[in-house]
Design a binder for this molecule. Sequence first.
Ligand code: UDX
Length: 427
Amino acid sequence: MLGTGYLGATHAACMAELGHDVLGVDVDASKVGALSEGKVPFHEPGLPAVLRRNVEAGRLRFTTSYEEAAEFGEVHFIAVGTPQRKGEFAADLKYVNSVVDSLVPHLRGDTVILGKSTVPVGTTDLLRARARGLTGHTVEFAWNPEFLREGHAVVDTLEPDRLVLGVEEGGRAEEVARQVYAPMLARDTPFFVTDTATAELVKVSANAFLATKISFINAVAEVCEAAGADVVALADAIGVDSRIGRRFLGAGVGFGGGCLPKDIRAFMARSGELGAGHMHGLLREVDAINMGRRTRMVDVARDACGTLLGAKVAVLGCAFKPDSDDVRDSPALNIAGQIQLQGAAVSVYDPEAMDNSRRLFPTLDYATTALEACEGADAVLVLTEWRQFRELAPAAVGAVARGRTLIDGRNCMPRGEWEAAGWTYRT
Ligand code: UDX
């Protein structure tokens, strides 16, 4: 497993759980050290147990040596990051390229490499050509995208909705993948074998569709707000139509995280390069709607406080979604930062994401509990729908806050209870 970040560490542990012998490779020695001791360097429910169990059973090891990896693997998985390029929308493939450059010269025979990272369409062909210049052996590349959600990563990996594999004709990759994923295939998990371009596009299209669904309901939310309608009731009513579906119709401060934002931008850039103008235009709008939600939330907070200058604002939640400590492109943290930059004192609390938030945004005031964050607040903003926030007692918050405005950025709070306790509820 080449790369042991969120995707690689999870996939490595889960492949060992299936009974395979797995070697995880990373250039980051501290990550390798932690994982070797059975420690997961991020918050993912269930993963520490799977990791520890397989490290202890001797099926799972970690190393920084590509030479060792080349000797060890019958099949190699690429699981490194493909971040957004600085100052551009396109994906940066430097880590994927570097894996190929580091591994391939050490290979001692013909090899199959399955890519899992999310990449722009056409990448497999580029990597194949790149590898050809580095070795005399045959290196077969296939693309096997991953659909795991943070917070559900273990279940999503061990019991995926589907497996997708993009192969070149006449190769061994499908046979190898059938061996690796045998337990899942035995359970009749749908298995789509396609050409490599289709497999690469399946992944980015899935994320683009999810992002579009969220931005669609957020655009409807804008109309609802202007017309005095209720977007949650509306989503419930349209969501029962199985052609539409209720999931990913959660209106609010929009999507963030390490995947959706950068993946739709990379897809936008690649579509433009390919002359597919409609996809480019559609995703530009999806991104604009999403980013607009953040500014809108700051406007609502300003309106509630009269002015942000000298106001005190409590922000509950910094993670990009609940059950995660990930603050990458988090709408919550972005909004907290904007409010502070406009002159308010912002006190934030999150059950898991405090350390990561502090590193990214050291100037915010970090409270040790939700109630402490609310002390003296003119307005209380809920920006990540953690269960403990949904269960807060309005009277307890009222006893410490200065104002009586609750701003629900995720449409997750029990509105009636708060209004009955004398709060102004805004969403
Ligand atoms: C996503 C995809 O779901 C996954 O298949 C892919 O492999 C990686 O990207 P993840 O980043 O873990 O997974 O988060 P997800 O659960 O999809 O949520 C993304 C963002 O959308 C979060 O910020 C979430 O709060 C937001 N969201 C989700 C909404 O705003 N409304 C919704 O209705 C659903």
